[in-house]
Every structure is written in structure tokens, then in C-alpha cells.
Ligand binder design. Structure first.
Ligand SMILES: Cc1cc2nc3c(=O)[nH]c(=O)nc-3n(C[C@H](O)[C@H](O)[C@H](O)COP(=O)(O)OP(=O)(O)OC[C@H]3O[C@@H](n4cnc5c(N)ncnc54)[C@H](O)[C@@H]3O)c2cc1C
Length: 466
């Protein structure tokens, strides 16, 4: 297999495939709006969508630093699924039933995205095949079984545990000893969804200004080099890029995730792999992988790579480290040995937002009109839609147009968390964490012992994940 001809960067394969959208005009000068949304990814655009649908006369302006979908929304693995960062912590803080309500809301969100994309004629190659997570080692299998039971306890009674043979009947992952499958997941083309959303909200009358970086958000103001937007509500929807805003350096850590995509695989190769159900595919490693079979029959596969850049820096238009491309290629061949001669067409990376307690949040500060949503860690494709509907309800409640709703009462609303440590502690901590996870994965792969490696457990505790 060769990576010599692999395109590295260029935002993502999804844009190379789909084409980057025609640019929209930057902000021409000072102006006003009822709601100003900073960031044109899934969070910002879904929020604009639901607000405009609820109150058609609202004057909504979206300010986007580059172009809509430039961030994780145009680069992700295309898992539209029911994972939500922080659910278990919310169960500890607010009780099991509250966390079950949150989980149910995310489960329902998968259907909400599929339904709304259909209603708005957004063709994002969505295939509702569920999520299959596989185990490779005795430790991973023990973790998989625990995970499976916990998900059932949180109300996912339609989840299915499969042994090695049944797993291979779905996808022939080399060495897989078992899997857990949930129907609450779908595969999609990330850039097609975000492009479709931007076009849809614009057609509804939302104003979008691109190439307009916001330098500072303060109550009722979004400040840019071209002028200031004054609005009673200013919503920060900048996820992994949040550290670039004045005063937000230590709010959410920009964690890297990198992906590769193969050339389209011939039928003869698919016959060796299976994957006819087009489930999204993941594993139970601590430094986990995620993959999908694309609509044009490629494998797109992602994983951690270099986890974090010093000083909360972000990548250069999606370029990733050559060593990460090689590591992901090795992972692909480990999973599917028959892909050993397959060309890797594209590699890229992006950033996701990680709060200090690894819990996604949605907040509206009623005293200032400032709102934000994010910190989804690696599970934002569905969660951003739930966050957007929640921001809509919070704004309607605050402006006296509606009362509290099922969404405004969910336990992730208005959650507060401390900031990340200053550098160099932040860099040292995250790199030590992922070194520990990689060592734990290596030790588990050669150990007959059941159960999670002590190093990974310690890393989880120190990181504040559990
Ligand atoms: C490689 C990768 C794979 C992933 N895979 C999955 C997956 O399969 N499933 C899943 O659920 N999640 C996945 N995620 C996470 C998911 O993609 C994100 O959680 C989600 O897209 C976040 O959407 P967002 O709108 O909040 O942020 P983003 O999509 O990052 O959008 C933020 C936007 O804000 C803009 N912006 C930033 N700063 C400013 C500023 N100062 N002024 C104006 N605009 C600004 C950016 O240009 C960007 O367009 C993945 C993430 C990555 C990076």
C-alpha cells in the first residue's frame, strides 16, 4: 500500500469530493441583529435553522471565520450517532433518571437529523445502518460487555451483543472477538450535510457572512476586524477553535483527530470484508478508531494521531503528520488485511472541543444574553442538533415567548466547569494521557487478563473523565 500519492490536508476528503462552496460576502461593517451566531458549523447552522423556523421574522446573522463547514463539521467521520460526552458524569450530578432523559433525547436526535435533512432535500448520503463497535482483546471484550450493559441501563434496550462469528457475518474485522450494535446511528457525508444546511438557512432568510473572524465576544457584541454586530443574543458556536477568541484560551482544549480514506474498493475486495449493512464501525481501544463505508465504496477511517498542539494551536487547513497517516494506514490493514495493496487517496485532520471535565454543554446566560454550545469531544454530529434545539428553547424562554421545555430541563443545560491548566501543564498532561492510553492498548493486546489496564484507569481518573 502506498501513501506517496495521498493528498494531505485541503480541509478534508469530503471537500475534495464535494467541492468547496462559493464564498459568501464578509461582514460589510457595523450592523445589528436579533441573534448573532459565531461559527458556521453544525451547531451554529442548526441553531439558526430552528430559531428561524420557530420565529420567522427574527433577524439572524451568522459570522464565520472561513467558510461554513470549515471546521469539524466538514471533516468528521460521518457517524451520526447517539453518543454524548459526559452522560455518566451527569448521572452522578443529577441522578440516573435525568441522564436517561438526556440519552433518550440524543437517541431521538439521530432520527430528527435524518427526518429534517429529508424534509429540506439535503442529500447527505445518509444510511441508517446503526453503529457496530468491536473488541479485539480479552480486555476490550470485557470492556465491551460492561459498556453494553451500561448502555442498556441508560434505556438502550434495542442494543445487540454479538459473538465473533455473528460479528464476522456483519463485518469481517480481522481478530474481532465480539461486538455491540445499536440501531441509533447512521452514516453520512459530513460536508454535504453542512453545505446543505448553510444553503437551507440562507434560503430561509438568515444572513451568513464568511471570511469574517470574530475576535471578541462580549455581552450584546460580536467584534470583527470589519465591524461589530450588536445583538441581544450572541451565541458562541466555535467548538475546537474557541481558544482563538479573546479570553477563551483555556475554555475548551482543541483535540486533534485525523482521518484517511482509501480509493473506492472493488467488489472482489468487499466480498472479503462484508459490511453490506454500512454500519459505522468503531472499536474499544483506549485510543479508539472510527470508520465508515462511504457511499462510493471507500473506507474512511479515523483515530487520534498527535492529540494536541502546544498553546491550543489548530492545524493548517487540515494537514496532518505523515506519521499519523502511516499509523492509520497500519490500523486499516490490521482491521482488513486484504486492503494491504489499496491506495490511500486523502488524509486530513481537524479539531474537536474538550472541556476540562469532558462534558458537553449548552448554556444561555440570561443576565448577559451570551450563549454557547459544544465541548462535544468526539460526538458532535448528532449532539450539535440537540444543542441547537435547546438554544432555541432557551432563547424563546428568556424572551418570554415560551416556558421551560423538556429540552431546557436536560442536565447538560447551564453546566459549569473549570478551565484547563495553563501551558506547559496542558500540553504535558494531554500528551502523557495519550501515551498512557497507547501503552495500555499495547499491554492489553498481549495480555490474556480480562479487564481494563490499570494505567488507562489511572489516566481516566487524572484526566477527570470518570
Ligand atoms: C476528524 C474528526 C472526526 C470526527 N468524527 C465524528 C463523528 O464521526 N461523529 C461525531 O459525532 N462527531 C465527530 N467529530 C466531532 C464533530 O465533527 C464535531 O463535534 C461537530 O462537527 C462540531 O460542530 P460545531 O459546529 O460545534 O463546530 P465546528 O464544525 O468546528 O464549527 C465551528 C466553526 O466556527 C468557525 N469559527 C471558529 N472560530 C471563529 C471565530 N473566531 N469567528 C468566526 N467563526 C469562527 C470555524 O471556522 C468553524 O467553521 C469529529 C471531529 C473531527 C475533527
Amino acid at each position: 500500500m502506498s501513501t506517496v500519492s495521498t493528498v494531505n490536508g485541503g480541509i478534508s476528503f469530503w471537500y475534495a469530493h464535494e467541492g468547496t462552496p462559493a464564498p459568501r460576502e464578509p461582514l460589510p461593517g457595523d450592523t445589528t441583529a436579533d441573534v448573532c451566531i459565531v461559527g458556521g458549523g453544525y451547531t451554529g447552522l442548526w441553531t439558526a435553522y430552528y430559531l428561524k423556523k420557530a420565529v420567522p421574522f427574527l433577524n439572524i446573522t451568522v459570522l464565520e471565520a472561513k467558510f461554513c463547514g470549515y471546521g469539524a463539521s466538514g471533516r468528521n467521520g460521518g457517524w451520526l450517532y447517539n453518543g454524548i460526552a459526559g452522560r455518566d458524569r451527569y448521572a452522578k450530578l443529577h441522578g440516573h433518571d435525568a441522564a436517561v432523559r438526556l440519552q433518550k433525547a440524543v437517541n431521538d436526535t439521530v432520527g430528527e437529523v435524518i427526518r429534517t435533512a429529508g424534509e429540506e432535500n439535503i442529500d447527505a448520503d445518509i444510511h441508517h445502518g446503526g453503529v457496530l463497535e468491536v473488541a479485539h482483546t480479552p480486555s476490550q471484550l470485557a470492556r465491551l460487555k460492561d459498556f453494553h450493559s451500561v448502555e442498556i441501563a441508560f434505556g438502550e434496550t434495542d442494543r445487540v451483543l454479538r459473538g465473533a462469528r455473528e460479528t464476522a457475518e456483519r463485518i469481517r474485522v480481522s481478530g474481532a472477538v465480539g461486538s455491540s450494535w445499536t440501531p441509533h446511528g447512521a452514516r453520512l457525508h459530513p460536508a454535504k450535510l453542512v453545505k446543505g444546511l448553510a444553503d437551507t438557512v440562507e434560503a430561509l432568510g438568515v444572513t451568513i457572512h464568511e471570511s469574517t473572524p470574530v475576535t471578541e465576544i462580549k455581552p450584546k457584541h460580536a467584534v470583527t476586524p470589519y465591524g461589530t454586530v450588536r445583538a441581544p443574543y450572541v451565541l458562541r458556536c466555535t467548538e475546537g477553535f474557541t481558544a482563538g477568541l479573546k479570553g477563551q484560551k483555556r475554555t475548551w482544549l482543541p483535540m486533534n483527530s485525523s482521518m484517511i480514506v482509501t480509493e473506492p474498493l472493488p467488489k472482489s475486495l468487499w466480498d472479503t470484508i462484508g459490511w453490506d449493512g454500512r454500519e459505522t464501525l468503531g472499536d474499544m481501544a483506549h485510543a479508539y478508531m472510527y470508520a465508515q463505508r462511504t457511499a462510493d465504496d471507500r473506507i474512511a477511517l479515523g483515530g487520534r494521531g498527535v492529540p494536541y498542539r502546544y498553546g491550543s494551536a489548530t492545524d493548517n487547513d487540515g494537514r496532518t503528520q505523515p506519521a499519523t497517516v502511516e499509523a492509520l494506514r497500519d490500523l486499516l490493514v490490521r482491521f482488513f488485511p486484504t486492503t494491504a495493496g489499496t491506495r490511500i487517496d486523502h488524509a486530513w485532520s481537524g479539531v474537536l472541543g474538550v472541556p476540562r471535565d469532558w462534558c458537553a454543554t449548552v448554556t444561555l446566560d440570561r443576565s448577559t444574553g451570551l450563549g454557547w454550545a459544544g465541548g462535544y469531544v468526539g460526538s458532535g454530529v448528532a449532539t450539535a442538533n440537540l444543542a441547537a434545539r435547546t438554544l432555541r428553547d432557551l432563547i424563546q424562554q428568556d424572551s418570554g415567548q415560551a416556558g421551560p421545555t423538556d429540552l431546557t430541563n436536560l442536565p447538560w443545560v447551564n453546566h459549569k466547569v473549570r478551565r484547563w491548566e495553563p501551558e506547559p501543564l496542558r500540553w504535558l498532561g494531554v500528551h502523557a494521557l495519550y501515551a498512557a492510553y497507547r501503552t495500555a492498548d499495547r499491554r492489553e493486546s498481549t495480555s490474556p487478563r480480562l479487564g481494563t489496564d490499570r494505567l488507562a484507569k489511572a489516566a481516566d481518573r487524572i484526566a477527570g473523565r470518570h
